[in-house]
Design a protein around this ligand. Structure first.
Ligand code: PMP
Length: 293
């Protein structure tokens, strides 16, 4: 047991500060690579197989061969989680294109680096988590679907970082990115939901959102609970006039939204958020208990 930040680097487990990769890795030079963020709850990686499946799809989409099988990656994550030893935490699993000659052609890169970090994460402070996050709609638009498919969870987040910088300058917690048609996609590292007249709505991923694993779980939980669900395009108008709004993600978990561009939402945290948040944490508890037994 260590409880210090750790890194599993190509099969070797090290303290995080001792882990290093060559500076000519195309992951660093060009953001060429893919990743996953995974939560640890009760000393277990939550929904690990879903994350590894998505990682494999992201890698295939960019023609990157991961040099480990699914079973080996599962074992690697389980090993680092066990040695990390914390009840809860966060895993960052990355596969980079690996070192290669300068110039963006990946053909000269032959050894992808597989990096797994176990540490803690805090996306918003506890006050924003309880009282609701403040959002702006960023001027930065989400890269078009036909430029970079939003289902690829790539190492290049500059588009989202530009939106986050806008949020920082505006003194708020998070920014919403619109697509080039001016419709809502997602937050900088989270999916977005609204509630109006008791119906839960989120944009389809084809609008430009990641197929979030937390989003998928919230949709399942809402359907099981009999909450009407709509996967439909949303405009800024729908955000401004919603009864409730919240963000979901592995890092974010579920964060209620207090206001968007200064428009205060009717309820924060609202009744649908509260119900789904309870169901979300019950699901985490029951999956963890199941895994233990
Ligand atoms: N959108 C983006 C752009 C993200 O980076 C994330 C976090 N990985 C999400 C949405 C939420 O996805 P998930 O629930 O799978 O963490």
């Amino acid at each position: 047991m260590s409880e210090q930040a750790l890194c599993w680097l190509n099969g070797q487990l090290l303290p995080l500060e001792e882990a290093s990769i060559p500076v000519n890795d195309h992951g660093l030079l060009y953001g060429d690579g893919v990743f996953e963020g995974i939560r640890i709850y009760h000393k277990r990686a939550f929904r690990l197989q879903r994350h590894l499946d998505r990682l494999a799809l992201s890698a295939r989409a960019i023609a990157l061969d991961i040099p480990y099988s699914l079973a080996e990656l599962t074992a690697a994550v389980e090993e680092i989680v066990a040695v990390f030893g914390c009840e809860s935490g966060y895993i960052r699993l990355m596969v980079t294109r690996g070192p290669g000659p300068l110039g963006l052609n990946p053909a000269g890169c032959h050894r992808p680096n597989v990096i797994i970090i176990a540490d803690q994460i805090m996306l918003v402070d506890s006050q924003s988590r309880e009282q609701g996050a403040r959002l702006i709609i960023a001027a930065t638009r989400r890269l078009p679907f036909d430029g970079l498919d939003p289902r690829i969870k790539s190492l290049n987040y500059l588009n989202h970082i530009l939106a986050k910088i806008e949020a920082n300058h505006a003194g708020v917690d998070e920014a919403v990115l619109l697509n080039s048609q001016g419709r809502v996609t997602e937050g900088t590292a989270d999916n977005l939901f609204i509630v109006r007249d008791g119906t839960l709505a989120t944009p389809p991923c084809t609008e430009g959102a990641l197929e979030g694993i937390t989003r998928e779980l919230i949709l399942e939980l809402a359907t099981e609970a009999g909450i009407p669900v709509q996967i439909a395009p949303l405009a800024p108008y729908d955000l401004y006039t919603a009864d409730e709004c919240f963000l979901t993600g592995t890092g974010a978990e579920m964060i209620p939204v207090r206001d968007i561009d200064g428009r205060r939402l009717t309820a924060c945290p609202g009744p649908v958020f509260k119900q789904l948040n309870r169901l979300f944490f019950e699901c985490i508890e029951s999956e963890s208990a199941e895994a233990r037994s």
